[in-house]
Each structure stands twice: as structure tokens, then as C-alpha cells.
Design a protein around this ligand. Structure first.
Ligand code: HEM
Length: 501
């Protein structure tokens, strides 16, 4: 293992924001908090309440309550399956427009057309990830095991080694780098995916995009391009990624130096092949630009899930033992099909996701024109964002008795009345993947990477939180964001089953 420091890691990595932008944002937030706090108090009570308002502003900032009080809040609708499908699949309620606005894709995705409603793209991604994906990830499993092994040996950022069996690592950044490295293999294969130059760009670009998303909230639109250029050093990583991909797309998959068998199982290969007949539309530039968007989708959620799964395991040591035994009894570590079938591991991950989703709202859509839902009542004006409350769905007591309780066995012991019970299932009572035809097509890839990491760590280590630095997450708007400071203690088990040859 070697000490390794990465500077583009947290989902909103404050160190990564240019300092003056950060302080500008903080000042803007404080002023706006004050403005809204004072505006909401009656003039007659103004002087009496000013002190307490000031105190609450300070308290909010101490508690990490960063948010954008002046933004128009999204319209939250409720509803069953039919309404969720209508929300998800109505073309004028655009998924892409929401994310393009949120992440400033026009800048962060190299001039991405942020108003397009692009069914061609969704179909291509769906076919590659959702239809072909499950078989492909299974074929890549041994390569991923190898990559995980080399990461644990050579790339783990070590904070402390109190004794020869114990290693202390940063939980959030390890989860982030590790899932990026593994996901890179599923996308770009063993050689290209492990190329250190590309791997770093693949790690940094999503972090920069998310940091830009934070900064864009305080940036007048005419300054966005400048801010983006400062924060990303002229879009260096974005251009680097495209410069690796475009020649291969242009010259075809035969020009790509990757072992046979591995190459054909990657997302990149499939994207090139499936888009080939339509190369006039999918030029090397357009396809590589879309891959940047796909990579963002693939990067920013899995690591947060990994963070929470490891955190939950740390505070439930009995479940470490239960899942470890399940993995070992089935000899599942070296057989992805078996690993994927383990119900306790899968149920633990689903329960973690039920209670710890990154976003408390789901199926965000922006109305490209005025829209009235088929009930005739719910009207959405053009430009508004409409969505559902995923927190409420996953805390419905009729579906999940004692919904606040973490019950890791819920999906095997009858304490869930949802019709689905798998981590990767899509359900109206479990919206982490969204719903309808645009539900996350990459969930099988995410599940593979998460299961591989969790099972491997459990077989080799006891997991603990470093009590001194174990804060969990803070809220930013509807997002719950892991703390960077949380430390994970890996204690090598006395009888490790050495599965690495
Ligand atoms: C635990 C990890 C992940 C979670 C929780 C997650 C969740 C989501 C959610 C909530 C959506 C939006 C659905 C909607 O708006 O209706 C989405 C979309 C998407 N996700 Fe994921 N995702 C994860 C991992 C991945 C991975 C690994 C990939 C790629 C390999 C991926 C690819 C996509 C794509 C392409 C879309 C857009 C779908 C479209 O436009 O048709 N996701 N994901």
C-alpha cells in the first residue's frame, strides 16, 4: 500500500473550489439567509427577533445547512404507479433538461445541447447497459477482481497503521476512488481503464462537474463559462477523456489494444458497435461527449452507496459476520453468479439504499412546455421542475413496517410488503433507480462493483469506524453528502481466506 492523496474527491469538495469562489458563495449564502430570515419576520418584531435570527443563521452554518433559499422549489407530486410512469415517461417532462441545468452541461460536457429531448441516446444507453449489461459484467468479473486486488495493494490511501494488522483509511475518498477505478474497467477494459492518466481524468472530471454544479448556484449565467474554465483549468480532464476515446471510435474497435474477450464485454465496445450503423449522428465527438455524461451517471452514485453500505456494516458488526459466512459458505467470491444470488448481502444493500438514498426526491423532470397531468388537476408550468418524494415512498409504513428501523433482514423475513425485494429491482416503493423507461440502466454494473468490494473486504477484514472521525453525512438541498473526514479501520482477520493468488 502506498500513501496517496487525491485532490478532487468529495461530491462538493470544498478544497477543490477556488478559494475566492468558495468565500463568495459563503458570503452570498449568509446574506441570502439573513435576507430571507429577516424578510420572514414581521417589521414590528424586527428588532426583537434579529438576534435570534442571527443565532439561527450561525447555527445553520455550523450544522452544514447549505442550501439555495432563493431557488424555486420543485413541485412534488404524489401518486401510484400510473402517475409515476406519466411523470417519468412524458416527453415534454424532460429528464435531461433537469440534469443539464443542475450540472451546467453546456459547459461541463463540452457544449452539450441542454434542451434536447433525446430518445436515441436513452435507447442506446438502455440497450448497452440494461439489456447486454448483466451478461457483460459477469464476464468482466475476474478482471475486476484483479483490479480490486491491485488497488488494495498499491493505491489505497493509508492514514495510519496502528499495528501490523490494522490500517486506517478515509472512507469517502476510498469509496470514491475505488468505485471509479472499477467502473473504469467495466467501461474501458483492463488496459485503457487502468491507464493512470485516463483513470485520473475519469476520477477528476465528475468531481469537477459536481463542484461546478455547486458554484453555478451562485454564478450569474454570463460568468458560468469563466467559472467553469477556472475550476476545471479550461476543461482539461473533459478534453483528455475525449482525446482517448475519439480515435478509437473513429478507427473502429479493431484498432483498440485490449485483450479479446475483455474488449467485447466493455460498455465502450458495445457503444461503438451499436452506434456504428448510425455514425452520421454518432460522430466520434458526439459519442465521446455522451460517454462523458454516461460516466458522470456511473460515477457519482455508486461511491455514495458504497460509503453507506460500509458505514452500516461498521455499526452492525453482527451483520459483517452474517454476510461473511454467507459469502464463504457459498464459495461466492470467485463466482459472480453465486455472489449475485446471495440474499442476505443483497437485502442488506437494499435496506441501506432504502434508508440512505443520495437524494430525498426522485424522478426529477423539467416541463419544456405547460403540462397538465391526466388527472386534469396537476398543472406544471413550463420551466418548472416536478418530482416525487422518494423519502416518503421508502418510509411508507404499509410497505415497510417500522420504516425508520434498519432491518437488514427485512427482505428475507417478511418485513417488507413490496412486490420486489432485490437491490437492483425497480419499484414505486423504492425509487433509488427512478421509475419507468428511464429508470437507471446502469444498476447491474453498480450492483456488481458494490458486491465485489463489500464481499472482498468482509472476507479479509473486520470493519470499524474510527470513533474520533465518524460523522456520517450532511444535507445540501435534498442531497445527503458523506463527510470527507470519516475514517474506516480495516483490521485484517486472523484467519483470512486468501483468495488472491
Ligand atoms: C448505486 C448507483 C446508482 C444509482 C443509485 C443510480 C440512480 C439513478 C437514477 C435515480 C437515475 C434517474 C432516473 C430517472 O430520472 O428516472 C439514473 C439514471 C441513469 N443512470 Fe444511474 N444510478 C447508479 C449507477 C449508475 C451506473 C453505474 C451507470 C452506468 C454504468 C448509470 C447510468 C445511468 C444512466 C445512463 C441514466 C440516465 C437514463 C436515461 O437517460 O435513459 N447509473 N440513475
Amino acid at each position: 500500500m502506498r500513501n496517496h492523496s487525491f485532490d478532487a474527491m468529495a461530491i462538493i469538495d470544498l478544497e477543490n473550489l477556488t478559494p475566492w469562489l468558495f468565500w463568495l458563495a459563503v458570503t452570498g449564502l449568509v446574506l441570502s439567509e439573513l435576507y430571507f430570515a429577516l424578510q420572514s419576520s414581521r417589521i414590528s418584531k424586527f428588532t426583537g427577533s434579529t438576534e435570534s435570527k442571527l443565532r439561527s443563521v450561525i447555527k445553520d452554518f455550523n450544522n452544514g445547512r447549505f442550501y439555495k433559499p432563493w431557488g424555486t422549489p420543485p413541485i412534488i407530486i404524489d401518486g401510484g404507479k400510473k402517475r409515476l410512469l406519466e411523470l417519468s415517461d412524458t416527453p415534454v417532462l424532460s429528464q435531461r433538461a433537469v440534469y443539464a441545468d443542475m450540472f451546467g452541461f453546456k459547459h461541463t460536457m463540452n457544449k452539450f445541447n441542454h434542451t434536447e429531448v433525446n430518445i436515441i441516446k436513452s435507447r442506446l444507453f438502455g440497450r448497452v447497459l440494461n439489456v447486454n449489461g448483466p451478461n457483460q459484467v459477469a464476464r468482466l468479473y475476474p478482471v475486476l477482481q484483479k483490479r480490486l486486488s491491485s488497488f488494495l495493494k498499491d493505491e489505497l490511501e493509508v492514514l495510519d497503521t496502528p499495528d501490523s494488522r490494522t490500517t486506517v483509511i478515509p472512507l469517502a475518498s476510498t469509496a470514491k476512488v475505488l468505485s471509479s477505478r472499477l467502473m473504469a474497467v467495466t467501461f474501458f477494459g483492463e488496459n485503457l481503464g487502468s491507464n493512470p492518466d485516463l483513470a485520473e481524468a475519469l476520477l477528476r472530471h465528475p468531481s469537477q462537474t459536481i463542484a461546478c454544479m455547486g458554484a453555478f448556484q451562485f454564478t450569474p449565467s454570463f460568468l458560468m463559462s469563466l467559472v467553469h474554465n477556472i475550476m476545471t483549468r479550461g476543461g482539461r480532464e473533459m478534453r483528455k477523456i475525449q482525446s482517448y476515446l475519439m480515435p478509437i471510435i473513429d478507427q473502429g474497435v479493431d484498432s483498440w489494444d485490449e485483450a479479446k474477450g475483455i474488449k467485447e464485454s466493455t460498455v465502450f465496445y458495445d457503444l461503438i458497435e451499436q452506434s456504428h450503423p448510425n455514425r452520421d449522428y454518432w460522430t466520434p465527438f458526439t459519442l465521446s461527449q455522451s460517454i462523458l455524461g454516461l460516466w458522470l451517471a456511473a460515477s457519482h452514485q455508486p461511491w455514495v452507496n458504497l460509503y453507506h453500505i460500509l458505514y452500516e456494516l461498521c455499526i452492525r458488526p453482527e451483520w459483517q459476520q452474517i454476510i461473511r459466512e454467507e459469502v464463504m459458505q457459498h464459495g461466492a467470491l470467485n463466482d459472480f453468479t453465486k455472489l449475485n444470488q446471495l440474499s442476505l448481502l443483497d437485502g442488506f444493500m437494499r435496506e441501506t439504499a432504502r434508508l440512505n438514498s443520495l437524494d430525498k426526491i426522485a424522478i426529477r423532470r423539467k416541463a419544456l412546455e405547460d403540462y397538465t397531468f391526466s388527472d386534469g388537476y396537476t398543472k406544471v408550468p413550463a420551466g418548472a421542475v416536478v418530482c416525487v418524494d422518494s423519502y416518503a415512498a421508502s418510509h411508507n409504513p404499509r410497505i415497510y413496517p417500522r420504516p425508520e428501523t434498519f432491518d437488514a433482514g427485512r427482505f428475507t423475513n417478511g418485513q417488507s410488503h413490496d412486490q420486489t425485494n432485490r437491490f437492483t429491482d425497480v419499484s414505486e416503493n423504492y425509487l433509488i433507480w427512478g421509475f419507468g423507461s428511464l429508470a437507471c440502466p446502469g444498476r447491474h454494473h453498480a450492483s456488481l462493483v458494490l458486491k465485489l468490494v463489500v464481499a472482498t473486504l468482509l472476507v479479509d477484514y473486520e470493519l470499524e469506524l474510527d470513533a474520533k472521525r465518524s460523522r456520517r453525512h450532511w444535507m445540501w438541498e435534498s442531497f445527503s453528502i458523506p463527510y470527507n473526514s470519516t475514517r474506516l479501520v480495516l483490521r485484517r482477520r486472523s484467519e483470512p481466506t486468501s483468495h488472491w493468488q
